[in-house]
Write a protein that binds this ligand. Sequence first.
Ligand SMILES: [Zn+2]
Length: 98
Amino acid sequence: MPNETTSDDDGLLCHRCGAQLTPGEGSLYIVRIEAFADPTPPTLSRDEPLADITAQIDQLIEHMRDMSAQELMDQVYRRLTLFLCWPCYQQWIEAPTG
Ligand SMILES: [Zn+2]
């Protein structure tokens, strides 16, 4: 793992192998990842009594009460920017889901 604290070098480091990356040399790749939770609303069956649905929502709210706002956000949406060197990029793009 590359050291998280910024060194005195104007260093961009490869997020995979920690290699020094030099912008302008054409040897570095920027990977932007946006991840969303499934935005499809849950299907509520019309037959289900309203009381049941209300109880389900109450349960959900109860569950969410234990989580921080950040945790809730992270469950719905994450956005990452990764810097990769050329060899790491080649490996990663062939199997981005690992
Ligand atoms: Zn690398």
